[in-house]
Design a protein around this ligand. Structure first.
Ligand code: CU
Length: 81
């Protein structure tokens, strides 16, 4: 399971939170979605075999928000694969 944090601009109320949670959460392979309105951050946990981060970003952008970046994966991976 991969975990990433995306920086998302344009979220302003509980409705925004809900629409992102529902649209991203509906993707196959997405395990959990946490939206932090104050931090303009969306944490997503997903199965990389089933869904890509690119797809997650697309879905957020389809809802009318801007994905401006991503934070390093919060799992303690060493990156050597
Ligand atoms: Cu809103």
């Amino acid at each position: 399971m991969e975990q990433n944090s995306l920086l998302v601009k344009g979220m302003s109320c509980a409705h925004c939170v809900k629409s992102i949670q529902e649209s991203v959460g509906a993707l196959e392979g997405v395990q959990s979605v946490n939206v932090y309105l104050q931090d303009e951050k969306v944490d997503v946990e997903y199965n990389a075999q089933k869904v890509s981060l690119v797809k997650v970003k697309e879905v957020i952008e389809e809802q009318g928000y801007d994905v401006t970046g991503e934070l390093e994966s919060s799992s303690s991976s060493c990156g050597c694969n």
